[in-house]
Design a protein around this ligand. Structure first.
Ligand code: ADP
Ligand code: MG
Length: 729
């Protein structure tokens, strides 16, 4: 066994970089060559059809049958020109990741042969047999089949010789069975609500657009070492493994030189992304060894999210070409940083104004502060929901430690902006807020632009931070579908914006001037939502106590955090914004609880197996080596010498015994608790049982295994250790 481990380590350490064929053309030449974008439509469609289609896309209108048929024909031709043989509706089920069912283009031609066929019906709507996708009982309840429908705002693309058509996935009764549908509804909602507010400042505004720039963190592990860790293969994280002597304490990995093998991987990945029209731009090492980050130029939220999902699957493929495995788990290794996916989020108008960017004039700043205060109010009111939107069995291991945000949603503003807002709220002196003279508004807000310059903070413990012209939702996990966070955030803010506009309209109807009405509402919101504002250290115990006093959600159990989706005000918000119905919310929660149970269950099974079948036999074997030694000393030496000479071994033998015993007992207890939990019918209660009685044992069993790792002869240890897994050369 030990032999195998060393062989794997040797293979990994001697692996040569896989050289990438760099295209001779610059990226601008091959960018989006695999995307059926407007350029390709222009090329493949008759001019008037092209215009009708682009108009439909811009106006978010459905395609009529005729038009769909023409687009399908053009798409098929383009795909065939690129050697494509299959097509698929590509959608985002409620599991993380994407789903696809490939169909070939061929149809019988009626003359014993086949032709390539792809018509409007196939493009626009499909009925995948998706009975095995999680649906939380919706399809049982409504006895409805599911169907997928093309999302024309996201262009089709070619991946692996397959034409992929981004689609929504819904039940015939209309309930969404995916992430994309409610995301699109939330984006519509914030468009409408945001536009109504932006029009207070500029009547020309017709749309408000939500933007997303994700930063994808990930780990790489050599494939030989990965294969030798059943826990990584089965669960995506190490369930055991003692910290190595050196990990990230020297901070020598962050922004350090990228290892050659990794650089080739990144290059390969970037070229692939650019061909797929994913505008990746930034790459660097992260803080932990073997941890890296990739970020694109931000895009409209729906497209950005499609691109992130596509990226995650492309990453896994490209990594294999380089003999790596990508770990997207939020906490693959204990004791060092986990991986997040910061969601940089902003709103902008179709007239080109960035709504979270402080302006140059007082009027622009009033608009900035209007949108800022609405975001703050929404994050305050729905802090529990936002936490639920990022909660998962895997992300739970990351939150609250090693530079990750804590499991309490607060908002970071930075000292300068905080000061400006405070003076706005506190200081009601007339000379500061003088609207009577109409010369007003010349308050501190006009100073904001200069103040913002150094506002990109490095406070990584903040889950939701203002960073100069956008918000960075940092609590999102690296493996998550960003849609979950984005639909909750955009919907919550949309509702707040709707309320804002109505309130201003009401005040104006009562005779207030517009600026006066806006500022009064801004001040009210800022005052009311100040409990969510926190710039300090999110890890401190004082903050936990303070956050609870402020009424913020401090729950850390994932199954209970998920309850937030069903709080009356949340159900009402999702219904008011038209994003999710109560039925959909209930169904989704069923899926979430079930996913939680399954993930913990798998981990418990894998850990039980590893502990009993990999670790204990080796520990026992080493213990008997020590026992042998003790016997030999006894036969050779006089009793006084024996006692002294055998003492260290005897001590070790006893310690090993204690750990072995603890592991055996706790594994039995874990199995027993699982059985009890499995007998619970109600999913929410079962998930709570898994959280309360199974998950804690994963930690305590690990503790004993990790102690044994430090005692047992290194040559016998069966699994690659952290020091071997974590330092790519
Ligand atoms: P950091 O210092 O946090 O690493 P980066 O400069 O790497 O920040 O940017 C992170 C992401 O934020 C990128 O995807 C970038 O395109 C995105 N971003 C920048 N400005 C905006 C904006 N106004 N709205 C949304 N995303 C943005
Ligand atoms: Mg960032």
């Amino acid at each position: 066994m030990s032999h195998l481990r060393f062989k794997e380590v040797e293979v990994a350490f001697n692996r040569a970089p896989v050289k990438v064929d760099i295209p001779s053309d610059p990226p601008s030449r091959y960018y989006a060559e695999k995307v059926f974008d407007r350029k390709k439509m222009f090329e493949y469609l008759p001019r008037d059809t092209y215009q009708a289609v682009t108009r439909a896309i811009d106006e978010k209108a459905p395609l009529d049958r005729e038009l769909a048929h023409d687009v399908a024909k053009a798409m098929k031709q383009w795909a065939l020109d690129h050697g494509v043989t299959h097509y698929t509706h590509w959608f985002h089920p409620l599991t993380d990741g994407t789903a696809e069912k490939h169909d070939s283009f061929i149809e019988h031609d009626g003359k014993d042969g086949v032709i390539e066929e792809f018509d409007g019906k196939m493009l626009v709507q499909q009925e995948p047999d998706a009975s095995s996708f999680p649906n939380g009982g919706i399809r049982n309840t409504f006895e409805a089949r599911g169907y997928s429908a093309w999302d024309i705002s996201s262009p089709a693309f070619i991946h692996d010789n397959t034409l992929c058509i981004p689609t929504i996935f819904i039940a015939y009764s209309g309930e969404s069975l995916d992430y994309k549908t409610p995301l699109l509804r939330a984006l519509n909602s914030i468009d409408r609500a945001g536009t109504a507010v932006a029009q207070l400042f500029d009547p020309e505004v017709k749309h408000v657009i939500s933007y997303l720039g994700w930063e994808q963190e990930y780990f790489l592990v050599d494939e030989a070492l990965y294969a030798a860790r059943p826990d990584l293969v089965m669960t995506g994280r190490t369930l055991m493994g003692h910290e190595s002597a050196k990990n990230q304490q020297l901070e020598d990995h962050y922004f350090g030189a990228i290892p050659m093998r990794v650089e080739e991987f990144m290059l390969d990945l970037e070229i692939e992304c650019h061909r797929l029209g994913i505008p990746v731009k930034t790459r660097h090492n992260e803080v932990a060894p073997n941890q890296f980050e990739l970020a694109p130029i931000y895009e409209e939220t729906n497209l950005a999210n499609d691109h992130n999902l596509l990226l995650m699957s492309v990453m896994a493929q490209v990594a294999r070409r380089h003999h790596f495995r990508v770990l997207l788990h939020e906490k693959p290794f204990a004791g060092i940083n986990g991986s997040g996916k910061h969601n940089n989020w902003s709103l902008g108008t179709d007239t080109g104004v960035q709504l979270f960017k402080p302006g140059k004039t007082a009027k622009e700043n009033l608009q900035f502060i209007t949108f800022l205060s609405c975001v703050m109010a929404a994050v305050h009111r729905y802090n529990g929901l936002l936490k639920a939107s990022i909660a998962s069995a895997t992300n739970a291991h990351r939150l609250g430690g090693n530079e990750a945000p804590p499991a309490i949603i607060s908002m970071f503003l930075g000292t300068q902006l905080s000061r400006v807002l405070r003076s706005l709220v506190d200081d009601d002196r007339d000379d500061n807020l003088n609207f009577g003279s109409r010369a007003g508004l010349n308050l501190e807000m006009s100073q904001i632009p200069e103040l913002m310059v150094d506002n990109t903070d490095r406070n990584r413990t903040s889950p939701f931070a203002f960073t100069g012209n956008r918000f960075e939702f940092r609590a999102v996990g690296s493996s998550a579908n960003c849609a979950s966070a984005m639909l909750a955030l955009n919907a919550a803010v949309a509702q707040q914006l709707m309320w804002f506009r109505s309130s201003v309209d009401r005040s104006m109807a009562d005779g207030a001037g517009q600026d006066e009405a806006i500022l009064a509402e801004v001040k009210r919101l800022l005052k009311q939502s100040c409990p969510v504002h926190f710039d300090g250290n999110g890890y401190s115990d004082e903050w936990k106590a303070e956050a609870a006093r402020r009424g913020l959600d401090c729950e850390t159990s994932v199954p209970r955090i998920i309850d937030n989706y069903l709080r009356p005000e949340v159900v009402e918000m999702f219904s008011e914004t038209g994003v999710l119905t109560q039925v959909e919310l209930e169904a989704r929660n069923e899926v979430k609880w079930e996913m939680y149970v399954k993930k913990v269950q798998i981990e418990a099974r894998v850990l039980g197996d590893l502990a009993l079948n990999h670790i204990l036999p080796v520990a026992t074997r080493y213990q008997s080596v020590l026992l042998d030694n003790v016997y030999k000393i006894k036969t050779l030496f006089v009793p006084e010498k024996f006692e002294r000479m055998a003492a260290p071994d005897l001590d070790m033998i006893e310690k090993i015994s204690c750990h072995i015993q603890a592991i055996k007992e706790q594994v039995s207890e874990m199995v027993e608790n699982r059985k009890v939990a499995n007998r619970i019918d109600e999913l929410r209660t079962r998930a709570n049982a898994y959280h309360d009685t199974v998950a804690p044992l994963l930690e305590t069993i690990r503790y004993h295994v990790d102690k044994l790792e430090l005692m047992v002869d290194d040559e016998m240890w069966p699994l690659p250790k952290y020091r071997e897994l974590l330092f790519i050369r």
